[in-house]
Design a protein around this ligand. Sequence first.
Ligand SMILES: [Fe+2]
Ligand SMILES: [Fe+2]
Length: 259
Amino acid sequence: MDEVKFRIAHISDTHISPHGNFVEESFDWAMKDINKLHPDIVIHSGDLTDNGVLTDYELAATKLRTLEPRTLVAPGNHDENNLGHSLFKEMIGPVDNELKLDNMAIYITDSPQPDRDEGRLGRRRQTYLEEKLSQLEKGTMKILVFHHHLVSVPFSGRDQDVLEDAGDILDMVLRHKVNLVLMGHRHVRRVLQIYDTVLVNTGTVSSIRTRGRLGQSYNIIDVLTDGSIRVTERNITAKNSSVLGIFKQNTQNQIPTST
Ligand SMILES: [Fe+2]
Ligand SMILES: [Fe+2]
């Protein structure tokens, strides 16, 4: 039986605010659940706050302190509203960030644009990531995190918010065999493997804006001793857990060149 080598709690779209759409009891339940599961790291893929305003950030900063593991947060489009960008940097952390942990390289990237729902990484960030990814030692596990989705997600209705430069970013991700891409934004959990890359969307932890009967949720992502990646949904509304998939790595599948 394979054991867990590294555990990530992947949360998103908490939409924390003293006004409106934030469901505090769901958030508090999830934070206790995460602390009990002892992940090595917590990664938040954006929409930490609902409106990007000072009172939202003050509450968010207080709420995040209830998490015991180290936590990294990527900004979402809601965090950028109302000049939220400056408060994010001041109270939460850098909007672009990177961390080396064991044999892992984690890149947090800033996909939103001020006061717009659409996201993009842009040429400069893409060039930077290309350089970083090509310099990593062989065998390093690569994890890329941004808020907007790279591939359309079901139950999204008319989908206009896929990363504007999704084609180029997906090409880069596949060429560099990025192991995991962690995203949020659609409030829908979804896992998809393309060649060796596992694309993970997680649902909303604590927004009232859930879809159909999906409820509020977050994901536990386990890297197992044989290198496979197991993604488990922890459903906050139903208080249950289900494995969304177990994905083998290093499949030797040939990736077609794009040029
Ligand atoms: Fe959201
Ligand atoms: Fe969003």
